[in-house]
Design a binder for this molecule. Structure first.
Ligand code: C2E
Ligand code: MG
Ligand code: MG
Ligand code: MG
Length: 281
């Protein structure tokens, strides 16, 4: 993930890594303090229908607006947040903020635009996860159908029966779930068959340069065909070029997300995009 500050944060982090544990613990407590000080913010990347060209959703992506380091990419602080457990309160904040955002879109006349929230394995615990989702949803008043939860395979690998039961409960609540970064992990077909996901997100590593690398194109096409036959919705991630767009469209993906249409946008810019009515052509 490219840093948005010309490499300053990367250099800062690698210096911290070199300095070892003491500095790292300081950074972990920094995360909790940053949460208290409301230094995290969400950017929203549009998800666009490949049949209508309209914006149908947005993935919420967390950033840290650090007082000295500027806007810090999640690749730089999420690993520490996961290790330290700070991801649990941070993840709840993300969910609350994303639900508030989607409520605001609905208030402005965009009730059909859903919000996607990334869930980490530390959050996805059988005892606590579904009750947490239920309580955030009811506090926010967001219709569950406007919320999509994205989990990666590593999250689902913990215990397949428990995971399947949790996904069913979430579906009964009325929200959708997506399997994120599909194709990069274990990608077991058994898991796919037994886990009741609504959507597969085809990982950007296959989508990107799929028009130059025939192997990538073949993988995108195979995943799409299989996904459709399993009755799943398909989102192609990381579409940067028109050639990639044409390829994922021809492969039968339902939606796209990527720099070709838009980078993740600050809240107000995403609303401006909705209001503009811009479509993918
Ligand atoms: P992800 O869920 O797979 O999100 C997609 C990432 O790809 C985002 O990076 C997005 O900015 C980037 N991206 C989208 N389109 C393109 C494109 O066309 N080209 C390229 N090169 N990149 C593209 P970001 O925002 O840096 O997030 C990285 C990862 O951090 C996410 O991957 C997700 O796993 C994690 N993450 C982000 N926000 C949260 C969060 O609130 N909670 C949790 N648990 N994880 C999060
Ligand atoms: Mg995601
Ligand atoms: Mg992804
Ligand atoms: Mg990812």
């Amino acid at each position: 993930v490219a840093s948005q500050d010309g490499g300053n944060t990367e250099r800062a982090i690698s210096r911290i890594r070199e300095q070892g544990l003491h500095e790292r613990l300081m950074l972990e407590s920094d995360l909790l303090r940053a949460l208290e000080r409301q230094e995290f913010e969400l950017h929203y990347q549009p998800q666009v229908s490949l049949t209508t060209g309209k914006v149908v959703g947005a993935e919420a992506l967390v950033r840290w607006r650090h007082p000295e380091r500027g806007l810090v990419s999640p690749a730089l602080f999420l690993p520490l947040a996961e290790e330290s457990g700070a991801i649990v309160p941070m993840g709840r904040w993300v969910l609350e903020a994303a639900c508030d955002a989607a409520r605001e879109w609905a208030r402005l006349g965009f009730a059909h635009v859903r919000v996607g929230v990334n869930i980490s394995g530390r959050q996805f615990k059988p005892e606590s996860f579904v009750p947490m989702i239920r309580s955030v949803l009811s506090a926010s008043g967001l219709p569950p159908s406007q919320l999509d939860l994205e989990v990666t395979e590593s999250v689902t690998m913990q215990d397949i029966d428990t995971c399947a039961a949790m996904l069913r409960e979430l579906r009964e609540l009325g929200l959708t779930t997506s399997l994120d970064d599909f194709g990069t992990g274990y990608s077991s077909l058994t898991y796919l068959k037994r886990l009741p996901f609504h959507t597969l997100k085809i990982d950007q590593s296959f989508v990107r340069n799929s028009h130059v690398h025939p192997h990538n194109a073949a993988i995108v096409e195979a995943i799409s065909q299989m996904g459709r036959q399993l009755g799943l919705q398909l989102i192609a991630e990381g579409v940067e070029a028109i050639e990639e767009l044409n390829l994922v469209r021809a492969a039968g993906c339902h939606e796209m997300q990527g720099y070709y249409f838009s980078k993740p946008l600050p809240f107000n810019d995403f609303i401006a995009l909705l209001v503009s009515g811009r479509i993918l052509v």
